[in-house]
Design a binder for this molecule. Structure first.
Ligand code: MHO
Length: 226
């Protein structure tokens, strides 16, 4: 991938699904432990347009993975509000981590940062609901979103980066920034990580614009999970 960070221009050979971005998206920001899995889980969800992992919730300027300061590992999700609601994202958030115990390390603590009053209200309501449902104190921090720092490239779509064959479909097509923002990359990372259904993959894989070899490989991996 070229080192260029140009976010504006879509490359001439954009993968088909990435050429169909909805105009309006909303953003949700969640901390639910190590950010690799939530990146993949949300990446596969219909209605999710982009995911990225990074650091927020602290005061240290320009944190890095090895110098995190008081920041928390975070996944940020851009979604199409016509297809997916914040309430649905919250159900996934609460179901897929344990907020009933304080995290030993702040790096992995449960938190959600809101981008609107509506998100704030839903967060507070569902935190209360979880407390009753789980009959426990809920240690999730709820706060307005402030500065979000993008994590290092090697953390973005972590599982996909480990698959040389599938990475080849993106290399030379996208810059690092375009890769992070790619719906196809988010989906592929999700399916490879064990999320998403074979039936959903079969419906959308043509839109990924992959070579026959890559398409067959991904389908075989997902099919073999049964
Ligand atoms: N399980 C991983 C955590 C990495 S995550 C990005 C590890 O053992 O390093 O914090």
């Amino acid at each position: 991938m070229s080192p260029s960070k140009n976010l504006q221009a879509a490359p001439a050979n954009t993968l088909p699904l990435d050429a169909q971005m909805p105009e309006n998206t909303e953003t949700a920001t969640f901390c639910m432990g190590c950010f690799w899995s939530p990146d993949a889980r949300f990446g596969c969800l219909p209605g999710v347009v982009r995911t990225r992992v990074g650091y927020t919730g602290g005061t240290k300027l320009n944190p890095t993975y090895y110098s995190l300061g008081d920041h928390i590992e975070t996944v940020q999700v851009d979604y199409d509000p016509n297809q997916l609601s914040y309430a649905e994202l919250l159900d996934i958030f609460w179901l897929n981590h344990d907020p009933t115990r304080p995290s030993v390390k702040r790096q992995y603590m449960s938190a959600a940062f809101y981008h609107s009053d509506e998100q704030k209200q839903l967060l507070e309501e569902t935190k209360k609901r979880e407390s009753e449902k789980q009959n426990s104190e809920i240690y999730t921090e709820i706060a307005p979103i402030q500065q979000f720092y993008l994590a290092e490239d090697y953390h973005q779509k972590y599982r996909l980066r480990g698959d040389r064959d599938l990475m080849q479909e993106f290399e030379g097509v996208y810059t690092d920034a375009q890769f992070i923002n790619s719906t196809v990359a988010a989906r592929t990372n999700g399916y490879l990580s064990g999320y998403g259904q074979l039936s959903s993959l079969q419906k959308e894989i043509k839109e990924f614009g992959f070579s026959d070899t890559a398409r067959q490989k991904l389908q075989k991996i997902v099919a073999s999970r049964g």
